[in-house]
Design a protein around this ligand. Structure first.
Ligand code: NAP
Ligand code: NAG
Ligand code: NAG
Length: 350
């Protein structure tokens, strides 16, 4: 009775709250609607040797999709085949090799026939070389951009006719690092590129019933976050630096960097990679797939919100994650002395 009196005495608030709740409820109902005829639909996934791609291929196989999983290596393909139903097909694919892409398209064309391809999941990717920008050379950028961005673009373009036939979907794996750049090298660039390519593709292909979704995972324990691989490559970059550059960071910088990096990786990396594959699955199975999927708590509540705050705040927060080079400390100390001292800045303390 008291409840009722308060509704009546707050009609405006009641209507506003009611509308908000209805909208949220409707959104959840709409988000939960599924497409039909999964058993007749084909999905092609890249980079299925390990990580997200490997789990996704097995997961979609169990759901009943006709999965064509592409692997970079023979062994990756054989292992996956052994772990899935005979319905799942594997094919070799190196996304940086145009001929290899051509062969994969031929294979998929034969598999799907007139039905076309329902889903293309661009998942293959690499992270190294990744580290301080100054340590990079042009080729280091190319190595990552060729796989994560140019490879993804070529595959999408070559598969587009088959996807168009099925009025299907493209699911592109970007990253929170495609929204907030905080590591030098080609990785963040490539993922920003994936975001931008996907936005253009979605807007251009909407007229043909093609839907494009972007997956933005936070940090997960897989091949791309393997510290052994990243550290080995960082050592190569560090050893290659000129003595002047290395001194500006200080002799201890490299070790401190590795320690800080492993601390943040161990803090952020989740081993539950199904959070990511469930987003990919939703993008393929939902009647109304979402445009962007932030996957993982760190993505939803830290990285993606941080990408919206003013840059000076983000800079301040990100600074705390990495050690400070020696040369920077020298300059800070000097700044407290008289400005007359500034001309005496000695970057190299040795
Ligand atoms: N793990 C994370 O925290 C995270 C976060 C955000 C986004 N992502 C993205 O998620 C995607 C999947 O990565 P993952 O985390 O599952 O790591 P992963 O286990 O290393 O998977 C990436 C797969 O791509 C393959 N690959 C590399 N170069 C290739 C090429 N030229 N052609 C074809 N395949 C190639 C790799 O094969 P090999 O193992 O044989 O090299 C590997 O199987 C990547 O695009 C990555 O950038 C990952
Ligand atoms: C992938 O293709 C590129 C370009 O053709 C080649 O340089 C690279 O070695 C290939 N990678 C693998 C694992 O075959
Ligand atoms: C700054 O000034 C103090 C005292 O005035 C001096 O001891 C110190 O060496 C100066 N620092 C530098 C880096 O010049």
């Amino acid at each position: 009775m008291q409840q009722k009196t308060s509704f009546v005495s707050h009609p405006v608030e009641t209507v506003i709250l009611g509308t908000i709740f209805s909208c949220i409820l409707l959104w959840f109902i709409r988000d939960g609607l599924r497409v039909e005829g999964i058993e007749q639909k084909h999905v092609f996934v890249t980079g299925c040797d390990t990580g997200f791609g490997n789990l996704l291929a097995r997961q979609l196989d169990q759901r009943g999709f006709n999965v064509i999983a592409s692997c970079l290596t023979d062994k990756g393909g054989q292992d996956l085949q052994a772990a899935s139903s005979p319905k799942l097909k594997t094919v070799l694919l190196n996304v940086t090799d145009s001929q290899s892409i051509e062969k994969a398209v031929q294979f998929v064309q034969t598999e799907v026939g007139d039905k076309g391809l329902w889903g293309l999941v661009n998942n293959a990717g690499r992270a190294t070389p990744i580290g301080p920008t100054e340590w990079m050379q042009k080729e280091d950028f190319n190595k990552v951009l060729d796989v994560n961005l140019i490879g993804l673009i070529e595959i999408t373009l070559k598969f587009l006719p088959l996807i168009k036939k099925a009025r299907g979907r493209v699911v592109n794996v970007a990253s929170v690092m495609g929204r907030l750049a905080f590591a030098g090298g080609g990785y963040c660039l490539s993922k920003w590129g994936v975001e931008s390519f996907s936005d253009s593709l979605r807007r251009d292909m909407q007229y043909f019933g093609i839907k494009v979704s972007i997956i933005e995972p936070g940090f997960f324990k897989t091949g791309v976050t393997s510290l052994a691989v990243i550290e080995k490559d960082l050592q190569r970059l560090w050893d290659r630096l000129s003595p002047e550059v290395r001194d500006s960071y200080g002799v201890q910088y490299f070790d401190k960097y590795l320690k800080a990096q492993s601390l943040s990786m161990n803090t952020f990396c989740s081993s539950d990679i199904s959070k990511v594959t469930n987003c990919m699955e939703h993008a393929l199975i939902a009647k109304y797939p979402r445009t962007r999927y932030g996957a993982g708590w760190d993505a939803k509540f830290f990285w993606l919100p941080l990408s919206y705050v003013p840059s000076f705040i983000a800079d301040f927060m990100l600074r705390a994650l990495l050690p400070t080079p020696d040369a920077s400390r020298q300059q800070i100390k000097l700044a407290f002395n008289s400005t007359d001292n500034l001309h005496k800045i000695q970057v190299n303390p040795h």
